[in-house]
Design a protein around this ligand. Structure first.
Ligand SMILES: Nc1nc2c(ncn2[C@@H]2O[C@H](COP(=O)(O)OP(=O)(O)OP(=O)(O)O)[C@@H](O)[C@H]2O)c(=O)[nH]1
Ligand SMILES: [Mg+2]
Length: 344
């Protein structure tokens, strides 16, 4: 199962209580207050890990608790601090406060650490409350509670290339042709219900392609499967827009292109600014060359690289793979995956 969203609870350790104690010593008639402080509670820390690529481990373990601080003791002994815990999350995880919906952190690179729940401070022992006129204080504080939060984690797949297009345009067929991914393929719309990732190798280069469910007019209003899946391609460097040019669609390819662009724009204006390859698919069964030509001129007008492919006969596939690899081999500013110069 592809898991990209989980709800979990994190609880940092409570602080230890401050101690109430007085020094009692032979031949020392009036020992002062000597209650030590409580230790700090441990933090719950999320760490971005390259070894995890799903949120599956949270399904089996939806609660993460750090150790509490020990209580203070007599003779001014401070309690030991509670141990913090590190919880691995995949790179690409977004952490939200489940109650307020606020985005707390976005893990963009491996090794990134973020404290999701802070441990409570230890309470002060009575040693701190003595004053010249108040020499036998009995005040002492309880430890502060550690933060207790409900979080929602969402994972954005970190693919390099996102495939977009109408349902049935041939997106899953293409990913199965260029990678080892074997998504379900069928001659009806909305075959793909959740994103698939495929790793493509071209010579020494490899890159990740995401196949997502198809878009239809009004997807941003919830029509079809909606646009929720688009967040998985928000960080890709390039979109491959597949348009079925065969007559079987009963629609106009140029209009299909426009509809999908409109849905992308409605989801996020940044998405339509991404570099895009325009790909005419199913050319093996396209009868009317005029449909293709109109799509080709649209590509020229918008300065989008244009490809004609058939995942059935293999026409144009190698060329497309090669050009994708070429495009992705160009350097991007370090670490900034989402900002790529426009108009490439
Ligand atoms: N003739 C021909 N048929 C194709 C080609 N590519 C895909 N198809 C067929 O088109 C149908 C839809 O293909 P899919 O790959 O499932 O389409 P999709 O874009 O993933 O569709 P959704 O997942 O529903 O969005 C299937 O019956 C495929 O066999 C092609 O290049 N030529
Ligand atoms: Mg599909």
């Amino acid at each position: 199962m592809f898991i990209d969203e989980v709800r979990i609870r994190v609880k940092a350790g409570d602080g230890g209580n401050g101690c109430l104690a007085f020094r009692r010593e032979k031949y020392v008639p009036r020992g002062g207050p000597s209650g030590g402080d409580g230790g700090r509670g441990g933090d719950v820390v999320f760490v971005a890990s390259e070894h995890h690529n799903t949120l599956l481990h949270f399904r089996f373990n939806p609660e993460h608790t750090a150790e509490r601080g020990r209580h203070g003791e007599g003779s001014n002994r401070t309690g030991r601090d509670g141990a913090s815990i590190d919880v691995p999350v995949p790179v690409g995880t977004l952490v939200y406060d489940d109650e307020t919906g606020e985005l707390l952190h976005d893990f963009t690179r491996a090794g990134d650490r973020f404290i999701v729940a802070h441990g409570g401070k230890g309470g002060r022992g009575n040693q701190h409350f003595a004053t010249p006129t108040h020499q036998a204080p009995t005040e002492h504080e309880p430890g502060h509670p550690g933060e207790d939060k409900r979080l929602q984690l969402k994972l954005k797949l970190l693919a390099d290339v996102g495939l977009v297009g109408f349902p049935n345009a041939g997106k899953s067929t293409l990913i199965s042709r260029i990678s080892a991914a074997r998504p379900k393929i069928a001659d009806y719309p909305f075959t793909t219900l959740e994103p698939n990732l495929g790793v493509v190798s071209v010579g020494d280069e490899t890159f990740v392609v995401a196949d997502i469910p198809g878009l239809i007019e009004g997807a941003h209003l919830g029509h079809g499967l909606g646009v929720q899946f688009l967040r998985h391609i928000e960080r890709t460097r390039l979109l491959v827009h597949l348009v079925d040019v065969s007559e079987t669609t009963g629609r106009d390819p140029v209009e299909d292109f426009r509809v999908v662009m409109e849905e992308l724009k409605n989801f996020s204006p940044d998405l339509v600014k991404k570099p895009m390859f325009l790909v005419a698919s199913k050319v093996d069964v396209a009868q009317d060359p005029e449909r293709m030509e109109r799509l080709r001129s649209l590509a020229a007008e918008r300065q989008l690289p244009f490809f004609e492919i058939s995942s059935v006969t293999g026409q144009g596939i190698e060329g497309l793979k090669y050009d994708l690899a070429q495009f992705l081999a160009k350097p991007v500013e370090e670490g900034i995956i989402e900002e790529i110069k426009e108009g490439t």
